[in-house]
Design a binder for this molecule. Structure first.
Ligand SMILES: [Zn+2]
Length: 436
């Protein structure tokens, strides 16, 4: 049993009666095994400090770790490789030819590189849809982070049957592994790469094994219009008619959706992964998040891959999610700071079907981060939630725990050899794009 006491610290927790954020200016947290077992105000009782590893949280704001609901981790190897291009040109001319040469080794090291970046910037859970995901699972296991992983499935490829088999093995070998930190789900890439008969196979596996499905949905106008042209239906309607949305689904993007699509998404309780940075950078458009939230749709935040963002800093993403609608609708009251924070934490966990994740609350998983309150960006702070959403960046994170285990303390990574990971990733990345 491992126990950790963080004392003398500021805590962003929840007010039980109103279920809104509440700040404890000076208090303590007692983490036992995987969970937060006690939160208190004032000095920690000596009984607790005697039976735990003690961490002085002075000058830290302890808040929920951030939940990244969409990404392709090993694409960090392709960071800045292809920029300023529209999605289909970017994929077809630059990304897919390189990905055709990918092997296990690149995925393992590329995923580790992303995990280093994510832990450093306060992400405690991430989602991945990529290839050779067994390697990603190994990287997750070693690092101590939490992840929801899916092998990328492209129904248009001849190897698609093999990829389905791979997914089944991955599920058998890794679901619930690493002390429950790893979940395995299904990852059909998108409707335009997965024809209906293939989607039916995916659906069969999802039903049989009770596996959630994540898919890119209505990312571009082109995708929406092509579906309408060839089927007379929107991509969302196609998925619903196939029965896919009766399963637990994470739909990434949902930029080009209409009123009817939103009603379907709400009715089917689909989780949406909103990727504001990637949508802006690829010129895909602006997702109607305000309308989705109004309809009660659960919307989380994601970075997408580092090749279309180009970083994995969820603080930046949270800020964009709050700012974009204000500018777009010329209404600064939209997506206020607490809502953006919820989307980046608790709502994101709901999108991923993760239970007891995303809050600093007794009984929740001890996935938390400490933001440095001495950072000039955090001084002075008249409202800590506003400071976190509008002022902080990932570089202000000093401490990270997942399942109550310290992954970073005083800005130093405790489970990973950062220097080695960066060097090896760089070597492999150069080889991959043919520069070495
Ligand atoms: Zn994506």
């Amino acid at each position: 049993m491992h126990r950790l006491l963080i004392y003398n610290t500021t805590i962003l927790t929840e007010d039980e009666s109103t279920q809104t954020y509440k700040v404890i200016p000076k208090g303590y947290l007692f983490l036992e095994d995987n969970y937060i077992s006690q939160i208190g105000e004032g000095a920690a009782p000596s009984l607790l400090s005697e039976k735990a590893t003690n961490v002085n949280g002075e000058n830290l704001l302890i808040m929920p770790g951030l939940v990244n609901t969409h990404g392709h981790s090993a694409m960090s190897l392709l960071r800045s490789y292809a920029d300023d291009l529209p999605l289909m040109k970017w994929l077809q001319e630059k990304i897919w030819p390189v990905e055709a040469r990918l092997s296990e080794e690149e995925v393992y090291w590329g995923t580790l590189l992303s995990i280093v970046e994510m832990i450093r910037s306060g992400t405690t859970t991430f989602t991945d849809l990529y290839f050779f995901m067994e390697e990603a699972a190994k990287a997750v296991e070693e690092s101590g982070i939490r992840a929801v992983l899916s092998e990328g499935l492209l129904g248009i490829l001849e190897s698609s049957d093999k990829a389905l088999e791979y997914t089944k093995n991955l599920h058998e070998n890794w679901h619930g592994a690493a002390n429950g930190r790893i979940s395995i789900i299904l990852g059909p890439h998108a409707l335009f790469t997965c024809p209906p008969d293939f989607m039916e196979q995916v659906l069969g596996i999802s039903r049989e094994r009770n596996m959630p499905i994540q898919i890119h949905l209505s990312e571009t106008k082109e995708e929406f219009e092509n579906a309408k042209k060839s089927n007379g239906k929107s991509p969302t309607r196609i998925l619903a008619d196939l029965g896919i949305l009766d399963q637990s689904v994470i739909a990434a993007h949902c930029v080009h959706i209409n009123e009817e699509d939103m009603d379907i998404i709400a009715e089917k309780n689909v989780g949406v992964a909103h990727n504001p940075g990637s949508n802006l950078k690829l010129g895909s458009g602006i997702a109607p998040v305000v309308d989705m939230l109004k309809k009660g749709i659960k919307v989380g935040i994601g970075t997408d891959g580092a090749s279309s963002n180009n970083n994995l800093d969820m603080f930046e993403e949270m800020r964009l999610a709050a700012l974009i609608p204000k500018g777009f609708y010329q209404d600064p009251t939209l997506i206020p700071a607490p809502k953006a924070l919820e989307m980046a934490t608790f709502l994101g966990a709901k999108v991923l079907s993760l239970d007891k994740v995303g809050k600093i609350k007794e009984g929740y998983h001890a996935d938390l981060i400490g933001v440095n309150l001495d950072s000039p960006r955090m001084r002075p702070s008249h409202n800590l939630i506003s400071s976190v959403v509008y002022s902080a960046t990932g570089a202000d994170v000093e401490l990270v725990t997942v399942n109550g285990r310290l992954l970073m303390e005083k800005g130093k990574l405790l489970t990973l050899d950062e220097e080695r990971i960066t060097a090896r990733s760089e070597e492999l990345a150069k080889k991959l794009v043919g520069q070495a």
